[in-house]
Design a protein around this ligand. Structure first.
Ligand SMILES: C[S@@+](CC[C@H](N)C(=O)[O-])C[C@H]1O[C@@H](n2cnc3c(N)ncnc32)[C@H](O)[C@@H]1O
Length: 382
């Protein structure tokens, strides 16, 4: 696929491609190593470079950008949970993107929390978040602390929207009894190309062998990074709650026949790309989340599982419709209709409503019931 690239985009992608080619040399790299470079290389990686990526004018749009109703509902859930935390009513947001959810949540929960911590991998996005909050609500800056790493003994609520889908993963090919790995090498024309080799990693092999597939030939992803990410969140949380929102499925859906080519994909200017090797540094690369592996890793690391539901179910459980209706008169018909169309996007099964899921965990504080998981429980699918 060819896009009209601006000269600075061309320079950036060619520079990163050359860095990746140099790293590969005569060898090959795994897809997770490729994603690490394409997304997080310090100067040119997608999340670190200065090109615009969020919203209509960028490559993708997330729920907090779709509508403030999303953060209003999340805030209701957080407020309920904060009520169970005796001291240190902290929130820690991982991967805050353009800072929209941070701004909206802080406006709503300013008086309920001690501190809003942010752990963001991208130095460029940290600057963006700081200038966004300075511009929109500078008084909130005193509540925010940007961290360099996960805290030890954190008390409070850890929150992440669309962070799991941005973690590097590996691509496994199950081929008539053989288990191979798709890796990336360089051809004689200096192009990045895929190659299949026998899967070597004992950790990946162990997981790949246990996955129940009903096909002779099947390609999909396994994310050791997501397992590691959940493990480190579990180790960091001393007492409190974890709330994660992302697109994905249970293991049986993730590895079903309908997804025999996997879920790894790219996005460039809102267009879906099947080939993740095009334009490194310019395209978002993402994969759906296997929520069964998230739940089992969390439980194995001492967290209590609370609930799993769809985004639509979660938002409705948080009283989204009642909230919207109560605003109708104050907002007037035009604004009300605008919000209902945003809400439709957040909850419609054809848009974000079903494919996005919400999962919750706790440690050390006994709150078995959260409002967001009241109805439409999907835990039985995990
Ligand atoms: C798809 S964006 C989502 C942004 C935001 N949460 C939202 O909903 O709009 C992914 C974000 O997570 C950050 N990120 C990815 N992996 C991370 C990690 N391991 N630790 C901290 N931030 C991370 C990225 O830099 C980016 O800000």
């Amino acid at each position: 696929m060819n896009f009209d690239l601006h000269p600075e985009e061309l320079i950036l992608t060619n520079s990163l491609k050359q860095k990746i080619i140099d790293k590969i040399g005569r060898d090959s790299i795994s897809v997770s190593q490729y994603m690490e470079l394409a997304l997080y290389e310090k100067d040119y990686g997608y999340y670190n470079n200065l090109l615009h990526k969020f919203g209509e004018a960028g490559d993708f749009i997330t729920a907090p950008m779709v509508s403030k109703v999303f953060s209003e509902c999340i805030a209701k859930q957080l407020k309920e949970l904060l009520g169970h935390i005796p001291n240190n009513r902290n929130i820690l947001e991982i991967g805050a993107g353009n800072g929209q959810m941070m701004l909206d949540l802080l406006k709503l929960l300013e008086d309920d929390i001690s501190c809003y911590f942010v752990l963001e991998l991208s130095a460029n996005l940290i600057s963006l978040q700081k200038s966004f909050i300075s511009e929109k609500a500078p008084h909130l800056l005193t509540k925010i602390v940007w961290l360099d790493s996960l805290p030890t003994n954190f008390d409070g609520i850890i929150l992440a929207n669309e962070v799991l889908d941005a973690q590097p993963c590996d691509v496994i090919v199950w081929d008539n009894g053989k288990i191979n790995e798709r890796v990336i090498s360089v051809d004689s024309n200096n192009n990045l190309v895929y190659k299949e080799v026998q899967l070597q990693s004992p950790e990946l092999l162990d997981i790949a062998k246990k996955i129940n597939l009903n096909a002779d030939y099947y390609t999909s992803e396994i994310s050791l990074n997501n397992r590691g990410f959940i493990k480190s969140l579990a180790q960091s949380l001393s007492s409190g709650f974890i709330l994660l929102i992302d697109y994905g499925h249970s293991e049986s859906e993730y590895y079903s026949l309908a997804k025999a080519k996997g879920t790894l994909r790219g996005f460039f200017r809102h267009q879906l790309l099947d080939d993740i090797l095009v334009y490194p540094g310019l395209i978002d690369i993402t994969t759906s989340v296997d929520f069964t592996s998230i739940a089992t890793t969390a439980i194995d690391n001492g967290l209590d599982f609370i609930g799993y539901t769809t985004q639509a179910g979660f938002l409705l459980n948080c009283g989204m419709m009642e909230m919207l209706n109560s605003w109708h008169q104050k907002l007037g018909d035009t604004e009300y209709l605008r919000l209902t169309s945003q809400v439709n996007y957040l909850t419609s099964p054809n848009e974000m409503g079903e494919v996005f899921k919400v999962i919750g965990f706790s440690r050390g504080i006994d709150v078995a019931h959260w409002m967001g998981f009241t109805n439409n429980d999907r835990s039985y699918t995990l």
